[in-house]
Every structure is written in C-alpha cells, then in structure tokens.
Design a protein around this ligand. Structure first.
Ligand SMILES: C[S@@+](CC[C@H](N)C(=O)[O-])C[C@H]1O[C@@H](n2cnc3c(N)ncnc32)[C@H](O)[C@@H]1O
Length: 422
C-alpha cells in the first residue's frame, strides 16, 4: 500500500503529464449534457444536496479547481445564471475548455491557468467549490485543500472527490508493475498496456475496477490510472483527518447509501448491533472495510461547524415534518417482478453496489408518489391518510423519509425552517 499513501512525482511532472494526457478525454459536444441539466428538478435536487437549509437559487459563484478539459464548461452550461471560474495548471486542458466556451458562448465562464495551491491569488471567494479527482494528485494535498478553504464563502459548500484505497488495490499493483519495468506514460506504453490488460488473469484485483469502469480502455483514463506520476488515496479515517487538518467539516457523502448502516445488506449483518454502537465516522470507516471495493470518496464539506450544523438533516429533532422532500434525478421506481409484499422497488441508478435497492409497501408508495418537491412531509401525510390513520402514519413517515434520504432517493429542502435566519 506504500504507493497509495504517498506519491513520488513532482508538481512539474504532474503538470507535464496533464499537458500530454489531458483528462478527461476531450469532448466537443455538450448538447446532451445541456439537455440533461435543462431539467429544473434536477438542478433543484443538486442545489439542496449541498444546501438543504438555503432557499433554491441559481445565481451563485462556483470555482472548479483542477477543471481538466470540460468540467468548468459543463458547470457553466448546467448553471447559466451562476458565475463559474475554472482553474487548472494544464494549458492543454484550459485550451479545450476555451474551445467549449467559444462553441457554446458560455459568457458566465472564466478560466485561468493557476495551481490549486495558489487559489488565494484569485482574490475572491466562492459559494461552491468543486474539486474532484485532483487533490490526490497534488504533491502537497494539505496545502491545496487549505488554499481552497480560504476562498470558500462562510456559508459555501465544497464538493470533494478523492481516491479510496481498498477498491484501487489492483490499480496500485499495476502501477507498481509499470514502475518495476520502467514504463512511463507514452502512446506506445498505453497501447501495450491496453493489450496486457486483456490478458489479465481472472480474479486479479484490477478486474472489479475494469468491470465498473468500462471506458478504462480509453487512453486518458488508462494513463490517469496506471501511469500517473503522483497518486495517493484516502481511507475514510484518512479523509476525515485530511478535512480536519484543513479546518473543514464533513457534511455528507454525495451518495451516502453505500456507507450507511441502514441500507443494503449492512442491517442484516450479525454484527449490526455492534455497528450501531459506533459513531457515524467510525461506522463509515467500518462499512468501507466491509464493502471493500470503493474506489473513491465523494463528499460535501463546509467551512466550519456552524455551517455544517445548519445544513444537517436530523430526524431525531423536531422540525422534520417541515422538510420538503425533493426527488433525486437518477432514481427509478420499478413496478414489475417485485418481491412479496412490495408495491414497488426504488433504485438509484448511480449506485454500483447491487444490494442497494429499497422495496416499499403500499402505504410507503402513497407517500412516495406524493413527493412533488413542494409539499412538506406533514402535507404528504395529511393528503395521503384519513384522519384516523394520521397518528400511525406520522410514525411511519418519519422512518420512511429518513430511509429514503439514506438511500439517496431524496434530498430535503429545509429552508422553510429557517425563517429567523436571513
Ligand atoms: C483527473 S483530472 C480531473 C479533472 C476534473 N476535475 C474532472 O473531474 O473532470 C485532474 C486535473 O487536475 C489538474 N491538476 C492537478 N494538479 C493540479 C494543481 N496542483 N493545480 C492545478 N491543477 C491541477 C490536472 O491538470 C487535471 O486537469
């Protein structure tokens, strides 16, 4: 695991690497992406994933730190009312982003060649910072994350994604293989690696990754994974320590069902009672070990405890009846081949673990069908139950909506609770 906990490259090597192999593979057509995000419900759910407690708005400022070839352009297209800034130190990636800016006339996008560690030089701060797939490639990730914190507004939110070690074991083995053979990134080396991967023995730890990342065959992905000069990964406890050192507070996983004690097979483990005694952070660390194949951690984080507390979803406190559930866009409600007693099965298509699905009964389906992104949970109980049923249904609703939230079926708009806060 030595390679996964420390990188060996220099910042210059990383910069040269991304100039030669810009990531992701450059795209010149964002039409489908634009169509996908032209859906207001999708945008509302995305907003409340980061800010449950803030009223929905679209005119915020976003920094895409380490934007690569297209991420900043995509965000500018996704949030046309927002001001989007993309920074990256790869000139090749920025040129690709500029091409997209011109092609789609993205007036709300600015890009700048700047290292993440020097984000403070932008001289302004942002409501949202997106830094995905970048920090684990920095020579000094702590300096990079601290620099980002200094340009996050006090009530801003960050989206971080970093590599996770256990699911990437096979990748680190192949990186080591390449290093032992003195292979570094070149077009020929990549071609030969593609050929070698086809001959990988069944059961090799890299096999799972190849299965869940079908486009691993493309050059940018492959070079980024196997021939990167600087790459480390964070287990759950290492990730929390990383946040602590930068003075940031964990909000939630962007998809939290895989980490939860309430989802999939985890509640039926013989050790479920022991898991229930752990703090949330200890639980997430234990579930990461049990699941074994996570390749990344993707989280929402805040600048300080006050902000994290404000955005917290808590069904053990008063107020949950006022939460407005908003459906997450990637979810589907399956109605055929149901298990006994189920009126439907809810699935989030973005989940890769197959045990993550939620069978629901007829009462729960009535609740679920009443979610329209406007009604509070209390309104939903009132409109779907007779007066006699209501007391019982309030209890059912509490556990059901909490379960929907853990299962990544809904986010909540809790801004109605904050009438005393501007
Ligand atoms: C794997 S790509 C991810 C791109 C993008 N965030 C995405 O998710 O599509 C990493 C990007 O971070 C950039 N990068 C790496 N280290 C950097 C640094 N210290 N400062 C600025 N950019 C950096 C690279 O040039 C590359 O474009």
């Amino acid at each position: 695991m030595s390679r996964s906990s420390e990188g060996t490259g220099t910042a210059e090597e990383v910069q040269n690497f991304y100039n030669q192999y810009p990531y992701p593979r450059p795209v010149d057509d964002l039409a489908n992406y634009g169509l996908l995000w032209n859906d207001r419900q999708r945008r509302i759910a995305d907003f409340h994933l980061f800010w449950p407690a803030q009223p929905y708005r679209e005119d915020f400022s976003i920094l895409i730190a380490g934007c690569g070839t297209s991420q900043a352009a995509k965000y500018a297209m996704r949030w046309p009312e927002a001001q989007v800034t993309g920074i990256d130190f790869s000139a090749t990636s920025l040129r690709k982003t500029e091409d997209l800016k011109r092609k789609y006339d993205l007036k709300n996008l600015e890009v700048q060649q700047l290292a993440v560690e020097r984000a403070g030089e932008l001289g302004r701060s942002f409501d949202q910072i997106v830094c995905t797939g970048v920090l684990h490639h920095l020579v000094a990730p702590d300096a990079g994350l601290s620099a980002l914190r200094t340009v996050l507004n006090p009530d801003g939110a960050m989206h971080l994604m970093v590599y996770a070690p256990y699911g990437r074991t096979g990748i680190y083995m192949l990186q080591e293989f390449c290093r032992k053979l003195g292979i570094s990134a070149s077009d020929e080396a990549i071609r030969d690696l593609v050929a070698a991967l086809k001959l990988l023995p069944p059961g090799h730890p890299l096999e799972t990754v190849l299965r869940v990342a079908p486009d691993f065959g493309n050059e940018a992905e492959l070079a980024d994974a196997l021939l990167h000069p600087q790459d480390r990964a964070y287990s759950v406890p290492q990730f929390f320590d990383f946040l602590d050192r930068a003075g940031l507070k964990f909000g939630r996983w962007t998809r939290q069902a895989p980490y939860s004690s309430k989802c999939g097979v985890i509640p039926s483990l013989p050790q479920a009672d022991l898991l229930a005694k752990l703090t949330l952070n200890e639980l997430y660390a234990a579930v990461e070990l049990f699941r074994g194949t996570m390749v990344r951690h993707s989280a929402v984080v805040y600048r300080d405890e006050t902000c994290a507390e404000l955005q917290r979803i808590d069904f053990s406190q008063d107020g949950w009846l006022d939460y407005v559930p908003v459906r997450i866009a990637d979810t589907v409600c399956v109605l055929d081949r149901l298990p006994p007693g189920a009126a439907s099965v809810l699935i989030n298509r973005a989940h890769t673990f197959r045990d993550l699905f939620l069978p629901i009964n007829a009462t729960q389906k009535r609740f679920f069908d009443s979610i329209d992104g406007k009604r509070r949970i209390e309104d939903i109980v009132q409109t779907t139950s007779t007066p006699i049923e209501q007391t019982r249904d309030v209890d059912l609703a509490r556990s059901f909506f909490e379960q929907l939230w853990w299962q990544d079926q809904v986010v909540f708009d809790t801004s109605g609770l904050r009438t005393d806060i501007s």
